[in-house]
Write a protein that binds this ligand. Structure first.
Ligand code: GAZ
Length: 262
């Protein structure tokens, strides 16, 4: 049974959780939680030969893999009973082609939430809208179903849904919403269906908004903003117990106490 080292709220790790949920085999992988706010544990560093991004998978024979899309494919083929990727070569090529956009899409959303310069907001929001428009055009051209790329929630949906879920932070911290325009109608239908799918309910907008407060201050990957002693990604106190963070990310930053972290 493989072990996956992961940061629970990380979108790349959620891809694996969605895949396992779709296949009904969540218990066939051992998940080890890593605290992003602390240095990596020595056992993990020994396994990976240095600090590497998570998720990381240790296979039964000791092989250590990383990159969520590589892990996704490995788990899908390791347990082939309920395939998530398309079996037909051409169909799999089409879903893979859609997934070649995931890096640019992710980058555009994270750059917007992490931006600290009000003068750049408009340009960064336009760049993200361009990414949504690309996805929309792709779906209009290639989708064989509605609202999914193919007949059901599958490979491409498992890849993108965690990012759609993280982008709740853009609504809260940037007032960014996908405009109700024809240009985005197809990708909106896809996104909304993805977010509602029962296999993709691992994180809520509230959890994302509370945990990613530090990203809105420009501090990624568990880094501490100036004047703070505790990261918004801390496991304690539980996010449900904390107040909603201020929406104005360009104003006075909230203290540990105001965030319910003290
Ligand atoms: N391509 C890899 C994959 O598995 O698909 C990416 C994995 C990754 O970035 N993992 C991050 C990690 O382990 C956590 S999630 N970081 C902790 C560490 O110590 O290295 C952050 C960004 C960003 C996009 C996404 C993320 C994110 O900018 O969610 O900037 C800080 C990290 C475009």
């Amino acid at each position: 049974m493989p072990t996956v080292f992961h940061i629970p709220v990380c979108p790349f790790s959620q891809r694996l959780e969605i895949l396992l949920e779709l296949k009904g085999i969540r218990d066939r992988v051992r998940f080890e939680v890593v605290d992003i706010t602390r240095p990596r544990p020595p056992e993990l560093l020994a396994l990976t030969g240095g600090p590497v991004p998570l998720p990381v998978l240790a296979a039964d024979d000791g092989t250590v893999l990383r990159e969520s899309l590589v892990l996704l494919r490995y788990l899908d083929t390791l347990h082939p009973q309920v395939p998530v990727a398309q079996a037909d070569p051409l169909r799999h090529a089409v879903e893979n082609l859609l997934c070649t956009h995931e890096g640019a899409f992710t980058g555009a959303g994270y750059t917007l939430v992490m931006n600290r310069d009000p003068a750049r907001r408009e340009g960064l929001a336009a760049a993200l809208l361009e990414q949504y428009a690309r996805l929309d055009a792709f779906l209009c051209r290639h989708a064989r179903g509605t609202p999914w790329l193919f007949e059901q929630f599958g490979w491409a949906e498992a890849v993108y849904t965690p990012l759609f879920a993280r982008f709740a932070f853009l609504g809260w911290y940037e007032g960014f919403e996908l405009p109700e325009e024809a240009r985005y109608a197809r990708v909106r239908a896809w996104r909304d269906a993805c977010l509602r799918h029962p296999a993709a309910q691992q994180v809520s907008p509230e959890e994302v908004i509370k945990l990613y407060y530090d990203y809105a201050l420009g501090c990624g990957n568990g880094a501490l903003p100036p004047g703070r002693t505790r990261s918004s990604f801390a496991f304690e106190p539980h996010w449900r117990m904390r107040p909603w963070p201020p929406r104005d990310k360009y104003g006075e930053p909230a203290t540990d106490a105001a965030l319910g972290l003290a």
